[in-house]
Design a protein around this ligand. Structure first.
Ligand code: AMP
Ligand code: TRP
Length: 327
């Protein structure tokens, strides 16, 4: 039996090469080994204000990019969270088993609500319960997450355990796993900060759908230092980050890359890196254009994904409702 791996991805912001090199690439490669469920979490997105048109467009764009990157709808399940009402329904039931005190300890809520203060939505506070429902509905074994989401997976385990203690074995306990494989890609404008979907500066990230001209010009303007030699030196975060991007797109070894640029300047290197990234993203971009040339195609893949996920989710939900005495 393959392990079930559940990943939730928010359809907000622009998907960038950090997401691709640090996560999506590995998801694609792991499809034979794991039983993957990918969920575009639009219900989580609305915990903060969203423009309806943008949300809907971004949801399909993200799904399209994942398919274009190589997520195979025959091997993996990819669907939109709001297409399966069991997520919201189980979240409600779990709410009734999560003490306020557990939720009040969640650091992400404290950070996200800091500026909003009393205006933060109840949904934002309750975000971890919905995430717990996502994970528990599918008998998940493993949840690959960043450090920031680990606490939410631990809360998921705690509520599952609590429910199992009251009603008998119902939920499988998931393990949070922080993947070590992916490199952390840093911002082009500030190589001391992780490349992020929510950064406003357009020079910060290379997005997966950026045009070749945009990619080239973002790289030419990327922050480096005033030194000359092109070496993998973590003490020089700007050039180091660009070299890591070069390494990950080409698969070449570090000494080979350094040898290639001995005696050359940053401008030469950045120009060549531009071509490497443009060519590296070209197959994905071409595939994305093919997938989206028929505006109904992505929707039909997503509706198939939901049809495969729904019976799994409904089975868990039905067992939970029965135990609680609902219906
Ligand atoms: P996020 O963009 O934070 O929703 O993250 C989606 C996935 O991409 C997660 O698995 C992250 O670990 C990964 N990821 C996000 N930003 C980076 C980055 N700058 N470098 C490497 N991986 C990243
Ligand atoms: N909270 C996660 C994030 O922001 C997204 C998410 C929602 C998720 N549901 C999930 C991740 C379930 C893993 C499992 O990155």
């Amino acid at each position: 039996m393959k392990k079930r791996v559940f990943s939730g991805i928010q359809p907000t912001g622009n998907i960038h090469i950090g997401n691709y090199l640090g996560a999506i690439k590995y998801w694609v490669a792991s499809q034979a080994e794991y039983d993957n469920v990918f969920c575009v979490v639009d219900l989580h997105a609305i915990t903060v204000p969203q423009d309806p048109k943008v949300l809907k467009t971004k949801t399909r764009e993200l799904a399209g990019l994942l398919f274009a990157a190589g997520i195979d709808p025959k091997q993996s399940i990819l669907f939109i969270q709001s297409h399966i009402s069991a997520h919201a329904e189980l979240a409600w039931i779990l709410n009734c088993f999560i003490p306020m005190g557990w939720m009040q300890r969640m650091t992400q809520f404290k950070e996200k609500s800091h500026d909003l203060k009393e205006q933060a939505s109840v949904g934002l506070f309750d975000y971890p319960a919905l995430m717990a429902a996502d994970i528990l509905l599918y008998d998940t074994d493993v949840v690959p997450v960043g450090e920031d989401q680990k606490q939410h997976v631990e809360l998921t385990r705690d509520v599952a355990l609590r429910f199992n203690n009251i009603y008998g074995d119902t939920f499988r306990l998931p393990e949070p796993v922080i993947p070590q494989v992916g490199a952390r890609i840093m911002g082009l404008d500030d190589p001391t900060k992780k490349m992020s979907k929510s950064e406003a500066n357009p020079g910060h990230a290379i997005n997966l759908l950026d045009s070749p001209e945009t990619i080239r010009s973002k790289l030419m303007r990327a922050t480096t230092d005033s030194l000359r030699d092109i070496r993998f030196d973590e003490g020089r975060p700007g050039i180091y980050n660009l070299l890591v991007i070069y390494e990950l797109f080409t698969g070449l070894r570090r000494p080979e890359i350094e040898a290639r640029f001995t005696g050359k300047g940053y401008a030469d290197f950045k120009r060549e890196l531009g071509e490497i990234v443009v060519e590296g993203l070209r197959p994905l971009q071409t595939r994305y254009r093919e997938l989206t040339s028929d505006p109904t195609y992505i929707d039909s893949l997503l509706s198939e994904g939901a049809s495969r996920a729904r019976p799994l989710a409904e089975k868990t939900l039905a067992a939970v409702k029965k135990k609680v005495g609902l219906g």
